[in-house]
Design a protein around this ligand. Structure first.
Ligand SMILES: *Cc1c(COP(=O)(O)O)cnc(C)c1O
Length: 355
C-alpha cells in the first residue's frame, strides 16, 4: 500500500496563501459556441494579489523559506510575470523583502508592457527590481539569482532563492497535485466525469502537478497541455522531467507514464508572450459569450488551443471539458494596445444634451 497522498504532501512545509477551494464553474454559453460542455476551474480566483496559479505554487517554496527562517526572497521570470507579482505580495504578507529579476523574454515590447499590469503591481508591493538582459537561459537566470543571494547574505540578510530551471525539485507542482484532488472532490459532488482536461504548460508545474495528481487518485482522463513557452517536443520533455521528479517526491514513482504527456504548440507562434489572431479571437469570444476574462500570455493561448483541439477532433464535439483557468489577468492592461481593433470598434456615443 502506498502512503496516503495527504501524508506524502504533509512532509513538505507549506504556508497557506490562497483562497481554496476555488470555484468549479460551468460556462454554458461559451461551451455552446465551441460545441462542447465546458467547465472552468477558477484558479484566477485564488485570491492573493489578483490570484492565479502562482498562489498555489508558491505555498510550498515559501513554506520551505519560512522553515529556514529566511527574511528575503529572490525570484526570476519575464517582465510581465504573474509569478513574481504574487511572490512580491506573499513576501509582504510574510514580512519578507522580495528581489525580482525580470528577464527580457519578449522582443519589441511597448512602453505599456514595461509600466502597467504586473510591473505596476510589483512596484506597488515595493519589490526590488533587477533587469536581466537574457530571456531564454534558465540556468543563467538561476545563477544570477544565486550570486545576488550571496551578496545579500554578506550584507547580513537570510535569502531564499526560488529557482526556475527543472534541475531543482519542483516544489510548486505539489500545489497542483492538491488542486487536482480539490477538483475531483468538486466533480464528485456534482456527479461529473470529465472527458478531457486542458491547461497551459510553461514551467510545467501546473501541467505535471495536475497530471500526477489525477493519476495518483486513479483518474485516467487525458490532460492536454497547450504550449505557451516552447515547442511541443521540448515542452513534453519538460513535463516528463517535472512529473518524474514530482512522482518520486510524493513516493508514487509508478503512477506516471512518460508516454502519455500531451503538449500542443499549434497556437504558440510567434512565441512566448506574443499575440496572434487565434489568441485575440479566443479572448474576445470568452469575454463576449460568457463575460469571462482571459489573459494574453497564458489563458488566452490555452483557450485558443482548446478551440483548435475541438476543430481538429482531438477533443470530440460534445465532450465534457475542464479548462484550468490559471489567472494572469493583470497582463490584460499591459497588452491593452495590442489586443486588437475589436476593442476600439465598440460604439461609444456622445449623448445629445439638447435632445
Ligand atoms: C505561469 C503561468 C502559467 C504557466 O504555468 P506553469 O505552471 O508555469 O506551466 C499559466 N498561466 C498563468 C496565468 C501563469 O501565470
Amino acid at each position: 500500500m502506498p502512503i496516503p497522498l495527504t501524508k506524502a504532501i504533509d512532509k513538505f512545509p507549506r504556508v497557506r496563501l490562497g483562497h481554496a477551494p476555488t470555484p468549479l464553474d460551468p460556462a454554458p454559453l461559451l461551451g455552446k459556441a465551441l460545441g462542447i460542455e465546458l467547465w472552468i476551474k477558477r484558479d484566477d480566483c485564488t485570491g492573493l494579489a489578483m490570484g492565479g496559479n502562482k498562489v498555489r505554487q508558491l505555498e510550498f517554496p515559501l513554506g520551505e523559506a519560512q522553515s529556514r527562517d529566511a527574511d528575503t526572497l529572490l525570484i526570476t521570470s519575464a517582465v510581465q510575470s504573474n509569478y513574481v507579482r504574487v511572490a512580491a505580495a506573499a513576501g509582504r504578507q510574510l514580512g519578507m523583502e522580495t528581489h525580482i529579476q525580470l528577464e527580457e523574454r519578449v522582443p519589441d515590447v511597448d512602453a505599456l508592457y514595461r509600466s502597467s499590469g504586473n510591473v505596476l503591481l510589483d512596484r506597488l508591493f515595493g519589490a526590488k527590481l533587477h533587469s536581466f538582459p537574457v530571456g531564454d537561459d534558465e540556468p543563467a537566470a538561476d545563477a544570477s539569482l544565486d550570486l545576488l543571494a550571496q551578496t545579500l547574505a554578506q550584507e547580513g540578510r537570510r535569502p531564499y532563492v526560488i529557482h526556475l530551471a527543472p534541475a531543482h525539485p519542483p516544489l510548486g507542482a505539489l500545489g497542483y497535485v492538491l488542486a487536482a484532488e480539490e477538483t475531483l472532490a468538486q466533480a464528485r459532488a456534482l456527479d461529473l466525469k470529465f472527458d478531457a482536461v486542458v491547461c497551459p504548460t510553461g514551467s510545467a508545474l501546473t501541467h505535471a502537478g495536475f497530471l500526477v495528481g489525477l493519476r495518483t487518485l486513479g483518474k485516467e482522463v487525458p490532460v492536454y497541455g497547450i504550449c505557451v513557452r516552447r515547442d511541443a517536443g521540448s515542452q513534453a520533455a519538460r513535463v516528463r522531467q517535472v512529473a518524474e521528479q514530482l512522482a518520486a517526491m510524493i513516493e508514487r514513482p509508478e503512477v506516471f507514464d512518460a508516454d502519455e504527456v500531451e503538449a500542443f504548440d499549434g497556437v504558440l507562434a510567434p512565441g512566448y508572450g506574443r499575440l496572434n489572431d487565434a489568441v485575440r479571437e479566443a479572448i474576445s469570444l470568452a469575454a463576449r459569450q460568457e463575460g469571462l476574462l482571459l489573459d494574453p500570455v497564458y489563458t488566452g493561448k490555452t483557450m485558443a488551443g482548446l478551440i483548435e483541439h475541438v476543430r481538429s477532433g482531438v477533443i470530440p464535439e460534445g465532450s465534457r471539458v475542464l479548462f484550468i483557468h490559471t489567472g494572469g489577468l493583470p497582463a490584460i492592461f499591459a497588452y491593452g494596445d495590442r489586443l486588437g481593433n475589436w476593442l476600439s470598434d465598440v460604439p461609444w456615443e456622445t449623448t445629445d444634451l439638447d435632445r
